[in-house]
Design a protein around this ligand. Structure first.
Ligand SMILES: NC(=O)c1ccc[n+]([C@@H]2O[C@H](COP(=O)([O-])OP(=O)(O)OC[C@H]3O[C@@H](n4cnc5c(N)ncnc54)[C@H](OP(=O)(O)O)[C@@H]3O)[C@@H](O)[C@H]2O)c1
Length: 744
């Protein structure tokens, strides 16, 4: 799984802009923290040579330990009176040292303070301040500190460290309130307008208004259930000959959509139909464009009809699928008509041949097809019996014209009907199992059983043939297959329905409409049969980008992969070659591809890519500049830079030495800075560094690694805020290549 950690995007999300992080850490306005008890004794720790931070942060009463004075902190702690509550604030540094030196020194200081506070027996708290960098987001260094502290939060639960990012100028009252608060917020940001807290939000906030050539299409992610829906952005389809495009006003929801959304129906089961296992197959809207040869309908016409994938803002389909909306009907009401009324009409009139004076039993009489069937059976002069699951639904079926309505939840309905009414001529069935069989047994000789449900077909329920001696007929009814097989009959039925709506002998169904963002609720309402009549869904005006539709095309030119001689870096190079990279430079300190990758390297070359393998220590600034310059002279313009180098040396913060920390930080911190500086005047399409999902969670035992990755993430945000390409990808554990696969 791919995680892209994008704190900077978070603010953009809040401001309603788009974000392209798969996992975004977002800021939300915090409620005022509850003030519990002030920590009355405060120490401020800062690095060597830094200005006194106390006035800047409103901490004048605090004791300062700057640089070497950190060594005095243990004695100071020791000398405090019993019961004193202590807050140690670690303030940011602003020295002239290199980024690596500063970051290492700050983490060294944090490590010392963490260890000291862990050893003290007193109630204490640690507050780590960072300062928002240019562009409103913490710069690489601050992001490195924050990432390190996420590990500290996990490794030192007793100290309960907090992170506060301070936008300058610092509103000092907010800092005081945070210090006095006793809530669970561990990452906060003070801005000019208040305190923000961080939240992790799943998914990518890519929703943006549709462009004129775009449409939104409903999609359910596999295996996520009914809340896993998204409206995805696609190109609108120009209508071809005999086709129309419709701007959808509302689409009707059918039980079959719920089953498709849950992944229970697929094209194998529904393969013979017109729309098959598409989501949505009826809607109403206005014709937006017509293709060649279409004369029946014109742009602007209000239409209702059938189309595969009707949960969309626009759909393109053959013109005969759509029919003018009868005068006086609004578009949402019209969206309730096509499936319910044509299904009921086809079943009762075409297959059931219902006649005046006959008795018709309609199961689910308060549902969409059921209510339509009640009206159609009455229109044909039948006596209508219904079933429904509760009193309210039974009352609705009665109001729609049923003569008697029974309780469908108890199979006793069959006994009651037999006792009160006798047997019936026609059953419109949607009940499964024993209820279906009980209904079947209610039929008179010459009776017609019309099966709407799918469950007994899918279960291959057995039915004894003996009753068929009495001229009984059993018909399966599937509108979708009818649409595919007999368009002329569908047209004829829709014309009769339109006429009946025109002279008001039929009325559109009662319905509930849901907004696009309520799709999950709409589907669940239907799943639980909590609705009456129809459910319609209004499509959105905005949609997200379909990630599956994104594919990367490399431009011919040079791609530099540092750490490309093995593991995930090499896999990246191979992927780039497949995507069209013509020249690849695989760089690492050893400058040799792993022996077991020789065949794959040969294959890349045989497929036409020029692949050079060279020795380069990405921490050596001069060597990076020289190597990249020479490679470009030899292999053409630089198209991409991938930093996939890593030096791993895991261990708890308590065991972290300055040397071990620095070695881990260097490869990522100096590496990415050197690559960035060497390409500052160039225009690569991509500039990518490989980070890790551990940055987000602060994986215990990986303080140095997490800090290094956190730095790269902040650094990339800084690049983007300058308009430069830059992306840090927070990969999860990779099973097949790289250091974790090797260690298995
Ligand atoms: N594997 C995973 O599950 C996983 C998960 C999340 C993130 N990542 C990230 O993905 C990237 C690749 O990881 P990996 O698993 O492929 O690691 P790997 O197999 O250990 O490869 C690391 C590469 O970096 C090179 N390297 C180390 N220091 C270097 C330096 N100073 N200059 C130039 N090259 C240097 C190494 O070659 P030399 O020793 O010859 O220099 C090696 O080719 C890393 O950034 C890692 O943090 C990996």
């Amino acid at each position: 799984m791919r995680h892209v950690i994008e704190e900077a995007r978070a603010t953009a999300v809040e401001q309603g802009q788009s974000s392209d992080g798969a996992l975004a850490l977002i800021s939300a306005r915090a409620a005022a923290p509850e003030i519990h008890q002030a920590h009355d004794t405060i120490a401020v720790v800062t690095g060597q040579g830094a200005a006194d931070p106390r006035s800047r942060f409103g901490l004048m009463a605090a004791t300062l330990f700057a640089g070497d004075q950190l060594g005095e902190l243990p004695d100071w702690l020791e000398a405090l009176p019993d019961g004193a509550r202590i807050t140690v604030v670690v303030a940011p540094d602003a020295t002239d040292a290199t980024v690596l030196d500063r970051l290492s020194a700050r983490i060294d200081t944090l490590t010392v303070v963490l260890k000291l506070l862990a050893a003290t027996q007193r109630p204490c708290r640690m507050l780590v301040l960072t300062e928002t960098g240019a562009g409103g987001a913490p710069a690489g260094e601050e992001a490195g500190i924050r990432a390190f502290m996420r590990v500290a939060i996990n490794e030192f639960p007793d100290i309960d460290p907090r992170l506060v990012d301070v936008a300058s100028p610092a509103p000092t009252e907010a800092l005081a309130a945070i210090m006095a608060a006793d809530d669970a917020e561990r990452e906060l940001r003070i801005t000019a307008s208040g305190v923000e807290i961080s939240r992790i939000r799943r998914g990518m906030e890519r929703e943006a208004p549709l462009g004129p050539d775009e449409r939104a299409v409903l999609h359910f992610a596999d295996g996520v259930g009914l809340d896993g829906f998204e409206w995805l952005r696609q190109a609108r389809q120009e209508p071809g000959e005999g086709e129309i495009e419709i701007e959808v006003a509302a689409a009707g929801l059918n039980y079959r959509d719920v089953m498709v959304g849950l992944g229970l129906l697929d094209d194998d089961l529904l393969g013979a139909g017109l729309t098959r296992a598409a989501l949505g197959f009826e809607c109403a809207g206005r014709v937006s464009r017509v293709g060649l040869g279409v004369t029946r309908l014109r742009p602007g016409d209000a239409v209702m009809g059938f189309a595969a994938g009707a949960f969309a803002s626009h759909i393109t389909c053959p013109d005969w699928h759509f029919f003018p909306v009868p005068d006086g009907l609004d578009l949402e009401a019209a969206a309730t008509i096509p499936v319910a009324f044509s299904t009921a009409w086809y079943a009762l009139v075409e297959r059931g041949h219902v006649r005046a004076g006959e008795t018709v039993l309609i199961h689910g009489a308060a549902g969409g097809v059921g209510l339509a069937a009640v009206q159609i059976a009455k229109l044909h002069g039948a006596q209508v019996l219904g079933t429904a699951s509760n009193d309210a639904r039974r009352a609705i079926a009665m109001a729609a014209g049923a003569d008697a309505v029974f309780d469908s939840r108890r199979e006793r309905f069959a006994d009651e009907i037999r006792r009160q009414i006798g047997s019936v001529d026609v059953v419109l069935n949607s009940l499964a199992g024993p209820a279906m069989l009980a209904s079947f047994r209610l039929l008179k000789p010459f009776g017609r059983f019309l099966e709407l449900g799918k469950r007994d077909f899918l279960d291959n329920t057995q039915l004894a043939l003996r009753p068929f001696l009495r001229n009984i007929a059993y018909s399966g009814v599937d509108l979708d297959e009818l649409l595919a097989a007999d368009p002329a009959l569908v047209r004829e039925m829709m014309a009769k329905l339109a006429e009946a709506f025109g002279n008001q002998s039929l009325r559109p169904l009662t319905y509930r409409s849901f907004e696009a963002y309520e799709v999950g609720a709409a589907f669940r309402t239907m799943q639980a049969s909590e609705h009456v009549g129809k459910i319609v869904i209004r499509p959105p005006q905005a949609a997200r980008t379909d990630l599956a539709s994104l594919s990367y095309a490399a431009r011919p030119g040079l791609y530099v992969v540092v750490g490309g001689t093995t593991g995930f870096g090499f896999a990246t190079a191979r992927w780039l070659a497949r995507k069209g990279a013509s020249h690849l430079a695989l760089l690492s300190r050893r400058g040799a591809v792993d022996a077991d990758l020789a065949a794959e390297l040969a294959e890349m070359r045989a497929n036409g890519a020029t692949v050079v393998v060279e020795a380069l220590d990405v921490c050596d600034k001069a060597a990076v500049t020289e190597t990249l310059g020479r490679l470009m002279r030899e292999h053409g313009p630089l198209r991409g830079v991938i930093h996939a180098a890593v030096h791993l040396d895991d261990g708890l913060i308590a065991n972290l030495t300055p040397e071990r920390l620095r070695a881990v930080l260097r490869t990522k911190v100096d590496g990415v800075i050197n690559l960035s500086d060497a390409t500052e005047d160039l225009d690569p399409d991509i500039f990518v560094a490989y980070s890790s999902a551990t940055t987000l969670i602060g994986s215990p035992g990986q303080g140095a690694y997490v800090a290094a990755n956190g730095f790269m993430e902040g650094f990339m945000r800084g690049r983007r805020s300058r308009g430069r390409p830059g992306l840090a990808v927070g990969w999860g554990a990779i099973a097949d290549v790289g250091l974790i696969a090797r260690d298995k």
